[in-house]
Design a protein around this ligand. Structure first.
Ligand code: CTP
Ligand code: MG
Length: 232
């Protein structure tokens, strides 16, 4: 019997949001009438492509069970880990019995609530026939400097530099084995870097600049601005 390829989403949401400096993890701060993570998950659900969404949540998180979306039929709760990569691996393991190695997984930060269905479908359409997979990314508008101490020692060739966003889309089996091979390596700050360590070259797909990550306090107002002006 042939298995038709499915799409799964994995959402790491077990961080503490240190740089946000708030009274709770940033994914539970309010933005336009909902928490950040509710926006993120409702937008992933509304793309209508995922068989399920595995969300990695910290063991000491009192906020998650309070949200209606936590018991949505397409949401699976997994245990978070020490680093983001550990949380992603844990979420992948939580769907091991459901997913096939060839299925696609889109990993998306809980802290990126402005993700649009347009970007999700653009990523999928661009990579669905690809061998390895890839990520949404943005080119840099600013001139980039190589600095030592506080002195500039060079200017980087901007045409080779991209900023990695999420979702990042890879095959279930390859992503899981690449993350397992890289376990404990602090250089693994996104999924693509785990595949790069395997000698693979994930593709980049140009994303939208409104897909920001909430990192610092001023990002909440910016996210609200984008949400008010998005109509797709
Ligand atoms: N994340 C996770 N598990 C961790 C660390 C981070 O699931 N051990 C998640 C975060 O919840 C977030 C995403 O990974 O949705 C991106 O990480 P980041 O923006 O760095 O969030 P935090 O680690 O929470 O923030 P900070 O680095 O400022 O503490
Ligand atoms: Mg972090």
């Amino acid at each position: 019997m042939t298995h038709s390829i499915k799409f799964w989403a994995v959402v790491p949401a077990a961080g503490v949001g240190k740089r946000m400096n708030a009274d709770r993890p940033k994914q539970y701060l309010e933005l336009a009438g909902k928490t950040v993570i509710e926006h993120t998950l409702l937008r992933l659900l509304s793309a209508e492509v995922f068989a399920a969404i595995a969300v990695a949540i910290s063991g000491e998180d009192p906020y998650w069970p309070e949200l209606e979306v936590s018991v949505h039929e397409k949401i699976i709760t997994a245990a978070g880990g020490k680093e983001r990569a550990d949380s992603v691996l844990s979420a992948l393991k939580s769907i091991r019995a459901l997913a096939s190695d060839n299925d696609w997984v889109l990993v998306h930060d809980a802290a990126r609530p402005c993700i649009t269905a347009t970007d999700i479908h653009h990523l999928i359409d661009s990579l669905v026939s690809d061998e390895v997979g890839g990520i949404l990314a943005l080119s840099s508008h600013d001139t980039l400097k190589n600095v030592q101490g506080n002195g500039i020692v060079g200017t980087l060739d901007r045409s080779h530099i991209w900023r990695a966003l999420t979702p990042q889309m890879f095959r279930y089996g390859l992503l899981k084995t690449s993350l397992e091979a890289a376990e404990g390596n602090p250089a693994i700050t996104d999924e693509a870097s785990a595949l790069e360590l395997q000698g693979l070259q994930p593709k980049i797909v140009e994303g939208r600049p409104d897909n920001i990550k909430i990192t610092r306090p001023e990002d909440l107002a910016l996210a609200q601005f984008y949400m008010e002006h998005q109509n797709d």
